[in-house]
Write a protein that binds this ligand. Structure first.
Ligand code: GLC
Length: 739
């Protein structure tokens, strides 16, 4: 180690002179040497699954393209040895420009963490940042420079399977989490070999796909775009996210990939964004089937003009861009700008000084086997779980229960715990729920098991054995939900009820009269009204990752007091959608309107309210909110108001509470939602302990985008709502903004 320090200390000033030059000068010098074809090459990204697989013609073509400087980045090539080998091929090119290696490191590289929506349920920005940091350390050790994460799309429609990759339905929470994830992946500054470039995706409004159907069109007002969907992207940009990825959807008739308004007017114009934009997989070429481009050449021309810098896997730039420039149909200055943006990141990563600095097999072995990574995954998994119901204090598991029946199609599953979007779901690293309980409860508790049924299908053949197993036990832990491949990309569902006959299995077990604790696994809000009505306890574990079995045992046993809060509303029926809490308006005929019971904005077959609300989650203890003090009754735009209150743990055990601040603007130039999250604090309190908490509210938290798309705070009264959930407001007050 001493020799290394010596080298680092004494050799640094001796780096080649060019390495001391400012990056922009080095880029300019390189650009001046590059041919048109070499410039186009930097904009070309291929997937290299084949490069590390068996020989194929595509592999040969890719290697030839890499050696001749026709490729700027490869995705899906990983491992220190593989990336070193492919990088060596790239350095054979005339100007020796190194490749960027990228991969979807969404919730872990080797150590799989809970899915992003689960992590969002922790409302713990430090935990979320830690998860991204561990993923970055592992991926960087495996030769990866760049992850296609965080996905920062606001996801308000649980029919859309990609809600699992995001931070839920709320803009404010989503923006805070976007920042935490970018900083987790990138650190404060790129350049270390324990950090990788992040990618804010999918720009923009992909989560609002019509009918919740993936890859579909998006139509919305620009006011909604700016107010709801853009802020998490802005937060990522402000946090220094290295890249953006555009999206498969159209926005008001124009594909995002070819959308000048999004990529040039907003991102590179108003926001002055210095990074680069990569298309989504093939999305440049997909402007042809969208009916926005006549052919791939037309698509290439439109994409470059609109601000798509790098072409992932459509081959449109590689095939057509040079000719388009020669024919005067594509602007060389736009091409140069795209190349500059890409080269800038390669310099910032230090790849021109040492192209192999991320491809170190010794470091790879050491980092990927660091036990601290698994401890972090277990901690984040615990923090992600949400206690939805706990009647008669069924949880934590009673010491008196010496015989526990662990039942259900997912009780012994390993693969499902990792969820989708994992580079490797290495089941040898995954602890199932059954195994986690067995290891924690040990000899004191006799565990029995029955599968009961499959997740899908209508076979009830396993019910009898499951019922018999339950009858011989003191209590039942029933694990149900979705399989890992039922939610994620291209996994839209019209029916988000619990699949198969799982609720029937629940009823069969319920008939035994035993206490039933339901563990719910899945990647999206699901509908399970029978279980919600009749279970003794329900713990939402999402897809908790490789440490899920241990984390679940920590929670069920009471070693860890759950504190998760829902980042998305859980509907009673899919017909209620959209049901996001901040898409609820008072209307002119509010359901609370006194008198007339018919002519109200309500359903005749269901309540307006969700089954479980945004921000909801129970604890093994209870919390009291009291002593609200609002520091002033009025404020000017230049002042702030302090919203202070006392939070007390009034229950038997220590616990964390996420206190939430909502705001309502009852009269404005545009009708405002009934409530909007504006701040939150997560605090740990011992039994009987009280803490005084304060939220600070200024002009910005009172503002919204008006009809002219100006960010304004309009004078008048604002309601300030403090609570434990969006539907559990404990304290309320008001403040007036003066003109
Ligand atoms: C996929 C996804 C995108 C991902 C990319 C590369 O289609 O839309 O999120 O990063 O392709 O795998």
């Amino acid at each position: 180690m001493k020799r290394l320090l010596f080298a680092a200390f004494f050799l640094a000033p001796c780096l080649p002179a060019r390495a001391q030059q400012p990056v922009e000068q080095r880029i300019t010098a390189l650009l001046q040497q590059m041919t048109l074809e070499e410039k186009v090459g930097q904009l070309n990204q291929y997937s290299g699954r084949e490069l590390t697989g068996p020989a194929s013609t595509r592999k040969t073509d890719q290697l030839n393209a890499i050696r001749s400087g026709q490729v700027g980045s490869m995705l899906n090539v990983r491992g220190a040895a593989n990336t070193r080998a492919i990088q060596a091929e790239a350095l054979k090119s005339r100007l020796h420009i190194p490749l960027l290696f990228s991969l979807d490191v969404v919730h872990g590289y080797k150590t799989v963490f809970p899915i992003p929506l689960a992590e969002a349920a922790s409302w713990d920005l430090a935990a979320i940042r830690l998860s991204a940091h561990v993923a970055a350390k592992e991926a960087a050790a495996a030769g990866i420079h760049w992850t296609f994460a965080p996905m920062v799309d606001v996801g308000r429609d649980p029919r859309w399977g990609r809600v699992m990759e995001g931070a839920g339905e709320d803009t404010y929470l989503g923006a805070q989490i976007a920042r935490a994830r970018v900083l987790g992946f990138q650190g404060e500054k790129l350049g270390g070999t324990d950090a990788i470039m992040a990618c804010a995706k999918h720009f923009a409004a992909y989560g609002a796909a019509l009918a919740g159907r993936d890859y579909n069109a998006v139509d919305m007002s620009l006011q909604q775009l700016w107010e709801v969907y853009l802020p998490p992207f802005r937060a990522a940009a402000d946090a220094g996210v290295a890249t953006f990825m555009n999206s498969f959807n159209t926005l008001n008739g124009v594909p995002a990939t070819g959308n000048t308004y999004l990529q040039r007017d907003i991102l590179k114009g108003q926001w002055q964004y210095p990074g680069f934009v990569v298309s989504d997989w093939g999305s440049i070429g997909e402007m042809v089937p969208w009916g926005y481009a006549a052919n791939k050449a037309d698509a290439a021309q439109k994409a470059l003009a609109a601000g798509s810098d790098m072409d992932m896997e459509s081959d449109a730039y590689h095939t057509h861009l040079a000719q388009l420039v020669k024919d005067g149909k594509a602007d060389m200055s736009l091409l140069d700008d795209a190349v500059r943006r890409i080269l800038r990141k390669k310099f910032e990563l230090g790849l021109f000084d040492d192209p192999y600095r991320f491809s170190n097999e010794k470091r790879e072995k050491q980092v990927l086997n660091d036990p601290q990574n698994r401890q972090a995954a277990r901690q984040v998994a615990r923090q992600s779980m949400v206690l939805l119901k706990n009647d008669r204090q069924a949880l934590p598991l009673h010491r008196a229960w010496s015989r526990l029946a662990v039942i259900g199609p997912l009780a012994k599953s390993k693969r499902d715990l990792d969820g989708s979007w994992v580079p490797d779901a290495d089941t040898t690293l995954i602890t199932s729920i059954y195994d986690g309980l067995a290891q924690r409860l040990g000899s004191k508790t006799q565990l029995s098991y029955a599968k009961g049924c499959d997740v899908l299908g209508d076979s009830r053949a396993g019910f009898a054995a499951a019922v018999e197993t339950a009858q011989k036990a003191d209590a039942v832990v029933l694990t149900v939900g979705e399989t890992w491949d039922m939610t994620g990309e291209a996994k839209s569902r019209t029916d988000i009820r619990l699949p198969g006959v799982q609720e029937e299995l629940f009823l069969a077990l319920k008939a035994t009269g035993k206490p039933i604790i339901v563990v719910m696994l899945g990647g999206r809000p699901l509908i399970f009204n029978t279980i919600a009505d009749q279970a003794d306890a329900i713990l939402l574990a999402w897809w908790p990752g490789a440490e899920g079995g241990h984390a679940l045992a920590d929670v069920l046993s009471g070693d860890y007091n759950p504190a998760g809060k829902l980042p998305s509303s859980f509907p009673r029926a899919v017909g209620q959608l959209p049901i996001a809490y901040n898409q609820q308006y008072n209307t002119g005929r509010p359901v609370t309107r006194p008198g007339d019971t018919r002519y109200k904005s309500a359903y005749i077959d269901a309540p307006n309210t969700p089954r479980y609300a945004f921000g909801y989650g129970l604890s093994y203890t209870t919390f009291q909110y009291s002593e609200l003090k609002i520091s002033r009754p009025q404020l000017t735009a230049a002042e702030t108001v302090q919203v202070q209150f006392t939070l007390t743990n009034t229950g038997p055990v220590a616990g964390e509470e996420v206190a939430q601040l909502y705001l309502r603007d009852p009269v404005a130039s545009l009708v405002r939602p009934l409530k909007e999250l504006k701040d939150f604090q997560k605090v740990l309190l011992k039994p009987g302990e009280s803490k005084t908490l304060t939220f600070t509210v200024g002009k910005d938290k009172l503002s919204f985008y008006n009809q002219q798309l100006a960010w304004v705070a309009e004078p008048g009264e604002f309601q300030l709502l403090v609570g434990s959930a969006s539907d559990d407001i404990r304290l309320s007050g008001k403040v007036e903004l003066l003109p």
